[in-house]
Design a protein around this ligand. Structure first.
Ligand code: NAI
Ligand code: MG
Length: 351
């Protein structure tokens, strides 16, 4: 029997609640499809930061390198600045393991009231391919003249040819397996160095794929199109910042953050990939037992698919769809009264 070693990092807030439920569902899928999931849990979080001054131990990344996959809840909690939680755990892992693709599939699931009420599930099927290792999320820059009238902050973006080429190529390869359309998020009218560079590389790679229709769209217009004409979008590729914003928007138009999964993927498979929900630790509802576990469960299905367990991944997706379409067990964000545990258990049982 194949055994996969998975590092589980529940993190903070609802990250903890939804990870428990997702593990339950994934264990049920593993039992049914005859493979093993050997979980190792890490307490890396803002709580750990408050106690020890670090989100994870110094050799954290090294410890994770031994695993087949990393399953992350969410990090971030009031009292710990968000840049500390992000740069102390998530970003070092994404970069050390060259998880340069952040893949965010978007679907309208049954039983979900989309803000775009008359749209069908087909029209609202998209995938956001977000650059995950460079771009606007860079450490280059600084704060100067602190406390002086001339105080200023400088934040540089980093766009490398290697980094831009590989993410755009990933998007085109993905489009070949889907509807054959890629839309690139740009803003080369306002951002005059990095975005024209991005556009040039997009045009070069587009020429290598005559069978895929590539187009570019300024980020502001693209945001409007995602709401007004989502049927005209399928694979959307964007820089780190643009991809981040668009994926929350895409989640919102298809039923909310509680339903949106995400994978931080190292395409060559040299390092473990990491799977998590798009949402954060939601301090506003943490500890109430009402977070929707679907996003984390679907992130788990993405992890199974990545590990090569396609049948089990399909079974998890089908179980989620079954429970949501029946509508009897739904968390408050879906208009119901069920708890996180009740929805997680219903999905595990449906398996
Ligand atoms: P958030 O995603 O945590 O919450 C945004 C809103 O969506 C809140 O009203 C929340 O209640 C709701 N929501 C999110 N997930 C839900 C779920 N599963 N079920 C029901 N409702 C849900 O984003 P926010 O408030 O901007 O950030 C909170 C903290 O999370 C911050 O510290 C932030 O840095 C961190 N964060 C961490 C991420 C990660 O670990 N990858 C990603 C995004 C934010
Ligand atoms: Mg985000």
């Amino acid at each position: 029997m194949t055994e996969y070693r998975i590092a589980s990092i529940p993190g903070d807030g609802i990250g903890v609640d939804v990870t428990v439920e997702a593990r339950k569902v994934l264990d049920a899928a593993a039992a049914k499809h005859q493979f093993g999931l050997q979980w190792t849990e890490f307490d890396w979080s803002c709580e750990r930061y408050a106690q020890t001054g670090a989100m994870m131990p110094e050799d954290g990344v090294e410890q994770l390198s031994a695993f087949d996959g990393i399953f992350l809840g969410a990090v971030g909690f009031p009292g710990v600045p968000d840049h500390v939680s992000l740069w102390g755990l998530l970003i070092p892992v994404r970069r050390a393991f060259a998880q340069y693709v952040n893949l965010r599939p978007v679907r309208l699931l049954p039983g979900t009231a989309s803000v775009l009420a008359n749209r069908s599930a087909d029209e609202l099927e998209m995938v956001i391919v977000r650059e995950n290792s460079e771009g606007e999320y860079s450490e280059v820059g600084g704060r100067h003249n602190k406390g002086q009238p001339g105080e200023f902050a400088l934040q540089e973006s980093v766009f490398t040819r290697v980094g831009v080429e590989r993410i755009i190529r990933y998007a085109f390869e993905l489009a070949k397996t889907r509807t054959g359309r890629v839309c690139s998020a740009t803003k080369s009218n306002g951002i005059i160095h990095s975005m024209p560079f991005w556009d040039e590389i997009f045009a070069e790679i587009s020429a290598e794929y005559p069978e895929v229709r590539g187009e570019q769209c300024h980020i502001d217009a693209l945001a409007a199109r995602m709401v007004q004409a989502p049927d005209r979008l399928d694979v959307v590729v964007g820089s780190n910042l643009f991809g981040d914003i668009l994926s929350d928007l895409a989640a919102a138009v298809t039923g909310g953050l509680g339903m949106a999964p995400s994978g931080n993927i190292n395409p060559p498979g040299e390092y473990p990939s990491m799977f998590e929900a798009v949402h954060g630790s939601a301090p506003d509802i943490a500890g109430q037992g009402i977070a929707n576990p679907v996003a984390q469960i679907l992130a788990g299905a993405m992890m199974l698919e990545h590990l090569g367990e396609k049948a089990a991944a399909g079974a998890v997706n089908a179980a989620v769809e079954k429970v949501l379409s029946e509508g009897a067990v739904a968390t408050p964000d879906l208009g119901g009264k069920a708890t996180t545990t009740e929805l997680g258990s219903a999905i595990a049982e449906a398996l």
